[in-house]
Design a protein around this ligand. Sequence first.
Ligand SMILES: [Zn+2]
Length: 314
Amino acid sequence: MTHASTASGIYGEILRECVACRAEKIRYWRQKNFHYTENASNKEFHIYRCENCGTGFLNRPPHVKLLQSIYQYSGQALTQSITLEDVLAREEAFPNCTVDAERMSRQAHLINNSGNGRALDIGSGFGFYTQALRKVGYRTVSINPGQYENEVFRNLNGDEPIDVMFEQYEPSEPFGVVMMSQVLEHLLNPDNAIGKVADLLAPGGVLACAVPNYDSFLVKLLGTRDNACLWVPEHVNYFTESGLKALVERNGFKVVKVEQITRIPFNALSKRLRLKGQSAAVVDGWVKSLQAPFIRLMHRFGLGIYINLYAVKK
Ligand SMILES: [Zn+2]
């Protein structure tokens, strides 16, 4: 990533308004640094926060070339290729993507009132969303720039995603469902992206999207320390529910359903405490039994880890 280490290649243009609701009342929040390798020097990013909708974003954002240089290999921090067997083993130990993909595809299908049976999976990753959309009966188009993920996709689904960023994609026919799971937080211009999604959908078609929640208890607890949301510089936007709604509604959608999703691996705590054997099993048991009431409480206060939103094109 040597070409990214010159100052001119790191940052994009200064932002003057909120990426979600366009309010001009934005304020510096915190700083977060990143470095890809041990000996690379730190790159400094500033996080701004909108005083109207609460959404956060990097300002200045990373340069588009820096992001492209990262995403040509992986959109989820893979530093080397991974096999389908490894991905499936992970899913079996901690069902995550498969559960989300099935729930969101079923939900989108229920809401889709366009009569159009084509689905677009933007940022298709390992391919679980495409697989789930096909299971509910859709003909799919998948786009994803990451070579490592696309190889797993090929082995899972038997075909190839189109290897482009969404900004470069030029479709020929409309869709009934557009799936954007863990994508919007990566896009430098989410407003353009949602406008483009509106153009791609048939009237009555559905946008289903999932983003990390900037209001989540993890962000409140950990601040800029590593959490599902503030992952710099790959995540450039940090949405709140009201910011995400404003973004989508401004682009010709009616929001029909919003829900929060929180999933905590039951062994995360014992691992962090470096417990083994019997004591690990005891702590894992506590976490398992306390998880459901804890998650219900977090969701009641809007503090869940992910936001799922479904919106219909008017
Ligand atoms: Zn805002």
